[in-house]
Every structure is written in structure tokens, then in C-alpha cells.
Write a protein that binds this ligand. Sequence first.
Ligand SMILES: Nc1ncnc2c1ncn2[C@@H]1O[C@H](COP(=O)(O)OP(=O)(O)O)[C@@H](O)[C@H]1O
Ligand SMILES: [Mg+2]
Length: 395
Amino acid sequence: MIGQKPCQRQSGIEQLKLTSFRCYDALTLLLNTELPPVVLTGHNGAGKTNILEAVSYLVPGRGLRSARLADVAKRNSGNDCFPENVKTLPARWAVSACVRTAVGTVHIGTGRCDTSEKRQIRINGQPAKNQSELGDYLSSVWLTPAMDRLFCGDPAARRRFLDRLVQAFNPSHATISADYNYALKQWGNLLREGRGDPMWLTGLEETIVSSGVAIAAARRDVVSRISVFLGQKKEVPFPTASITLHGLLEDLLETMPALDVEEIFKEKLQKMRHLFAEGGSVPGPHTSDFTVRHEEKGIDAGLCSTGEQKALLISIILAQTKAQMQEKGQSPILLLDEISAHLDVERREALFELLCALPSQVWMTGTEESVFKSLSTKAQFFNIENAAISLSNVA
Ligand SMILES: Nc1ncnc2c1ncn2[C@@H]1O[C@H](COP(=O)(O)OP(=O)(O)O)[C@@H](O)[C@H]1O
Ligand SMILES: [Mg+2]
């Protein structure tokens, strides 16, 4: 019996089906979008994160683990190989979902059915032209245990986190980023191999410049939108995060229009051809740094405890959700893997309350069901054991 009157939700997954996905041969999960938090519990290795990863493929981008598509397909137990008779076939997998959106129910199917690294996507049975189309219906942001020390490690991981926030706002960001990375890689390969035909290089530089400036502008835009909500006084036990972004293009965009920045970047790339060919590096959105500061403590996030860092990430995600709701009237699906790890009871309970008040479908995982007890009348619980899932009645 549901104890609290549910409020109308705008979007959420009503049915999720996995086929040959990670540890799952086949799985169907039916969800109640009027009771939006979804809690998945089970032992280590039961298959919880795999379900969140499956959900992450319903939005543009490379998924929660940024995995190679072939690695996602279910492997035989006991070894890393596919059976002899299918070794020559591509490693296929699929995720499909019925999604309730502001414009009605939408059927999304995605997966791998050939040997390419390009994800196939169907929306209401029709092939999508590109991944960005998914963003018209759904967006998602996530926190995973791998992000627990995000502020101490590789800046690339922080950029990925920021880009995920940007993609939730701006569905074409994933495609533009893919274009940028592809052109930059091609350009670098041509120069290093000494095959730098000037026309070819110029064509690639045009793509690098236009997509690079678009990436930097989109990141700046989202950082400033989120900052508005981060700056608002909060009555909850989460720290105020101040976020900043620095990089060649982001800094130039601070002082001049995008067209002028494009000109400067183009000239820089042309001048750097020689240097790059000799093994140098070129600055761009792939070298920008996204930094976070704990305002109340007045220190950089990298110096905070693991729990404080996690609380900062939560503050950012909550602000992102509010900003997106205000701007687009659509709130992202939140995927919060091992959410209670490193959080004290006070923060954990405050977070659950905040999550229940959001118009988002929130997916949470944990090993202990008891941790989520206060959500017993507000969330739908599933227990996973050895890749088998069952609805759980938490009293
Ligand atoms: N491609 C794959 N084929 C089969 N099993 C996989 C594949 N990828 C990962 N697994 C297995 O799926 C299991 C569940 O993983 P995961 O969902 O991450 O567990 P957890 O419940 O701890 O989050 C793990 O035992 C992992 O080895
Ligand atoms: Mg896990």
C-alpha cells in the first residue's frame, strides 16, 4: 500500500527490457512512474550497476561506464569468450524501454547489432539519425563510486562529469564532442605520420574549430546556469559548491564573441601543425579544467574528505536538476550508484527527502536494503540476486 499521495510525474521509464546485456540474458522490469524513486539492492556483483548502465544507454552519450560496445554484450559464464559457433558474429545486445514523457509514451530501443562502435537507436520503431534525438525525450545524470575521488584525480574524469551535465541540457553536445574528438585524432595522426595534405588538414581544422568552440560555449552556459542554483541559500546539510571552468577557449569566450574565438583557435592550430607533428600538444576543450570549491570551508574540493567530495557532487547534481527543470521543464533521470557510501546518516536522510521532492525518476543502488528504510512507502524496491530481480516489499 502506498502511504503518500503521489504527485504527477512528467517523465520516467515504465518498462525496461535488457537482452544479452552484461550479466543478463533477458530481463523485464516494470516500474511505477508515480512512485519515482527506484531502489535496487543486492550483494556485490548481483547486477545492480548493470541496470543503471542499461538506463544510461537510453540517453545520448557513451553510457555510464564509457564501455566499448562489444564489452557490454553478455559473455558466457566462466570465461571471457563467446561460444565457438558465434565467435564470428558481432557481440549483440539490446536495451529497450517504454518511457513516459511530457509528449506521451515513447518506445526507445538501442543496442549493438553489427561490429561497429556505433550504437543503433530506434525511437517508436524508426531508426534515429543520431544519438541527439534521444535527448528530445530523456536526459540523465549519474554518480558512481568511480567518481568518489573525482576531484583528486585525472582532469579528464572531471570533464566527463561536466560534459554529462551539459549533455542533459543540450542533447547535441555528445555528437559535437564525438565530431571534435574524431577530427582532432585524425588531424594528429596525419601530422605525426607526415601525411599532412594542407587541404585535408584545413578541413579537419575547420571541424575542430567549430565543434571546439561549440563545446566550450555549451560548457560555459551550463556552468553559469548551475551556478545560479548553487548560489542559492540552502537549508539542507549539503555544502555550497562553487564551480569554475578554465581552458583556452572558455577563457577567450569570457572576453570576446564566439566568431573571434574561432578565428584565434584556427590560427593557433595552423601555427601548431609543426609543433604537433613533433609530439607537442595542442590546447582545446580536451585540456580544459573544471574545478570545484567547498565554499563554507573555503577550500578546493580536492582537499575535502571523500564524504565531503561526494556531498559536493550531490549539490551540483541537485542544482543541475533544478536548472534544467526551470529551463526546459524536463528533469533528468538520476542514476545514483551506491549512493549511501561515504554519507553520514543525516546527509543520507536529507538526500532521500530531497530526491523524493524532485520531479525526476531517481534510481539508487546499495547493498543494504535497511539503509533505504525511510523510503519504504515512497519508493519501489527491487532485490537482485545473481542477475535475477524481484520486487521487494520493504515494511
Ligand atoms: N559482458 C558481461 N557479460 C557477463 N557478465 C558481465 C559482463 N560485464 C559484467 N558482468 C558481470 O556482471 C556482474 C554484475 O555486475 P554489476 O552490475 O556491476 O554488480 P553490482 O550489483 O555489484 O553493481 C559482475 O559479476 C560482472 O562480472
Ligand atoms: Mg555496482
